[in-house]
Write a protein that binds this ligand. Structure first.
Ligand code: AMP
Length: 491
C-alpha cells in the first residue's frame, strides 16, 4: 500500500508543477523549473490596456450579456412570474428558437413591422426559409395544434419564457435579442378570461412592487374592422400628403397599422382619428363591456385607450398594454393624459401587453378556437424594478467559509465540502488559493459567520477547526460531529 502511493507521487508531481503557473522563487524572477521569465512587450501592453476582446469576436450590436448583480434581478423576477403562473394553473411550454417563416407571416401578418422589417430570416442548409422567433404566440399556437393539445380539456393554459429576436435599431429599452415571459389561454372566448389575465398582471406588478398603468381597448372582430377601416381611409385621405412614406403605404395596405407609427406628424393625426370602439358590432361591444365590468367588480384600475391597436395583425377584441407609472402618478388628470401620450411617444416603454387572437388557431390549420394571452418584456420589467428602486430579496449569502492548508488537506477538502453541501449548507471557499491568509481574506469580505480550517494535522486526526469570525475564537472538533455542530451554531 505505501509503495503504491510513493509511485503515484513521483509520476504526478513534476508534471503538475510544469503545467501550472510558474512559481517565483525568492525575489528573483525565476520559475520553479529555473527559466527566467521575461514579459514580452505585447504582454506588457495588454496589462496596461486591460484585456480586450478581438474585434472579430465582439458581441453583436443589440445583443447583451446578462451577468453579475443583474442575475439576482432576473432570478427574482422570473421566480415571481413562474410562481404566480403556477398558482393560476398554467403549465410551462418550451418552444424552439428557430421556426418556419410562414408561421409568422400567416399569424402576425406581413404588414406588421415585426414581420415586414424586423425578422432574422435566412435559409437553413436544406433550403427552408426559417426565422429566429420574433415572438412566442405563433409558436405556442403551432405547438397546440401540432401536439394535439386541442384534445385536452379546454382551455389550455400555458406559460413560457425565453429569448426573442427582432432586428430593430438598438436604443434604451430596445435590443435585438430580448426576453419575454408570457401566458396563453387557448380555447375560450369568455370575457372573464380577458379580465383574469389583466388581474394576473395587476397581481404580478403588485408582487414585484412596481407601479404600472393598464391601458385597454377593443379591436373588435373582422366584421367591425371592415367598416372601421373604410372610415379610417376616408379620414386619412385628405391628410395623406402629411403622412410619412411608410404610413402612405399603410393607408392602402393596412390602415390600422398607421397607429403603430412613432413619427410625431403621423401621431398628430392618429390622436384625432375616428375610434374603433364606435364601430364595434353588438357581440364585440357586449364582450368588451363585460370585460370592463369584471374588472370594475374586482377594483382593477385601468385606462380606456381608444388608440391602442398593438403592433400585430392577429389581435381581435380586447387588447391591453402595461405602461410604467412612474411620472404620471402624482399629476392632475389633464397632465396625466398628456404624459401618457408622451410616454407612448417616447415609446419603447411598454412593460408588456397582449390581447385576444381568436382567429390564429384556425389560420394555421386548426379548428376555430378563440384564444388570448399576454407577454412581459423581461429587460423592461427589470429596468423598471431598478428605476422604481424596489428592494428585492437577495439570495441567501453563505454563512460558512471552508479553508484548507497543505496537499493532504486539499485531498480531503473536496470530500468534506461535498458532504456539507449535501446537508444543504451554503458554503463559500477559495480552492484556487493555497495560502490560508488569502483564503481568510475572502472569508472576511463575505462576512461569513464561521470559517472551517482543515490543516495537515486536522487531516491526520480526522478533526477540523471551527473559527468564529466575529470573536476569532477557534475550536477543534471531530469531523464526524461537524454537521451537528454547524447546525447548532447557525441556528
Ligand atoms: P410585443 O410583442 O411587441 O407586444 O412586445 C411585448 C413586450 O416585449 C413589450 O411590451 C416590451 O416590454 C418587450 N419588447 C418588445 N420588443 C422589445 C425589444 N426590441 N427590446 C426589449 N424589449 C422588447
Amino acid at each position: 500500500m505505501p509503495k503504491k502511493t510513493k509511485k503515484k507521487k513521483k509520476a504526478v508531481f513534476p508534471k503538475k508543477k510544469k503545467v501550472g503557473r510558474p512559481r517565483k522563487i525568492g525575489t528573483k524572477k525565476r520559475t520553479a523549473w529555473g527559466v527566467k521569465r521575461k514579459k514580452t512587450s505585447q504582454q506588457q501592453k495588454k496589462q496596461e490596456d486591460g484585456f480586450k476582446i478581438k474585434e472579430e469576436a465582439q458581441i453583436l450590436r443589440g445583443m447583451n450579456d446578462i451577468y453579475g448583480e443583474d442575475i439576482m434581478y432576473w432570478q427574482y423576477t422570473l421566480k415571481k412570474m413562474v410562481d404566480l403562473s403556477e398558482r393560476y394553473g398554467f403549465n410551462q411550454i418550451i418552444v424552439p428558437v428557430l421556426e418556419r417563416l410562414f408561421l409568422f407571416e400567416k399569424s402576425a401578418g406581413i404588414t406588421s413591422d415585426v414581420v415586414e422589417k424586423q425578422m432574422y430570416t435566412f435559409r437553413d442548409r436544406s433550403g427552408n426559409k426559417v426565422v429566429l422567433r420574433p415572438e412566442f404566440t405563433p409558436s405556442v399556437v403551432r405547438a397546440y395544434i401540432e401536439t394535439g393539445m386541442f384534445n385536452l380539456p379546454q382551455p389550455v393554459k400555458l406559460y413560457y419564457f425565453g429569448p426573442l429576436f427582432r432586428y430593430e435599431r438598438p436604443q434604451a429599452g430596445r435590443s435585438r435579442q430580448f426576453h419575454q415571459f408570457g401566458i396563453e389561454v387557448i380555447g375560450s372566448e369568455k370575457p372573464l378570461i380577458d379580465a383574469q389575465l389583466i388581474l394576473f398582471s395587476q397581481t404580478l406588478f403588485n408582487s414585484l412592487d412596481i407601479k404600472a398603468s393598464i391601458q385597454i381597448n377593443s379591436l373588435g372582430c373582422e366584421e367591425c374592422r371592415k367598416s372601421y377601416r373604410s372610415r379610417l381611409v376616408q379620414y386619412f385621405k385628405f391628410k395623406k400628403r402629411w403622412l410619412c412614406e411608410d404610413c402612405k403605404k399603410r393607408l392602402s395596405k393596412n390602415p390600422l397599422r398607421i397607429f403603430d407609427c412613432q413619427k410625431e406628424t403621423c401621431q398628430k393625426f392618429t390622436r384625432q382619428a375616428p375610434q374603433l370602439v364606435d364601430y364595434l358590432c353588438e357581440d364585440c361591444q357586449r364582450h368588451f363591456v363585460k370585460t370592463l365590468e369584471y374588472l370594475d367588480e374586482i377594483n382593477v384600475v385601468y385606462e380606456f385607450n381608444p388608440y391602442l391597436v398593438r403592433g400585430l395583425d392577429y389581435y381581435t377584441r380586447t387588447v391591453f398594454e402595461f405602461w410604467p407609472d412612474r411620472e404620471i402618478q402624482k399629476k392632475s388628470k389633464k397632465q396625466r393624459q398628456r404624459s401618457l401620450i408622451l410616454e407612448r411617444l417616447g415609446a419603447q416603454v411598454a412593460l408588456g401587453g397582449g390581447g385576444r387572437y381568436d382567429n390564429v388557431v384556425e389560420s394555421l390549420g386548426g379548428l376555430s378556437t378563440p384564444a388570448t394571452g399576454l407577454s412581459y418584456g423581461m429587460e423592461r420589467i427589470i429596468d423598471e424594478i431598478k428605476k422604481q428602486e424596489v428592494k428585492i430579496t437577495r439570495p441567501r449569502s453563505p454563512q460558512i467559509f471552508f479553508t484548507h492548508v497543505g496537499e493532504k488537506a486539499s485531498r480531503r477538502a473536496l470530500k468534506i465540502f461535498n458532504e456539507l453541501q449535501k446537508e444543504k449548507f451554503k458554503i463559500a471557499e477559495n480552492f484556487a488559493k493555497d495560502s490560508l491568509r488569502q483564503q481568510l481574506e475572502k472569508a472576511n469580505k463575505l462576512h461569513v459567520k464561521l470559517a472551517l480550517i482543515l490543516g495537515q494535522e486536522e487531516t491526520r486526526n480526522s478533526t477540523i477547526i471551527i473559527r468564529d469570525m466575529n470573536t476569532g475564537n477557534q475550536e477543534v472538533i471531530d469531523q464526524k460531529k461537524l454537521v451537528n455542530e454547524l447546525r447548532k451554531r447557525l441556528r
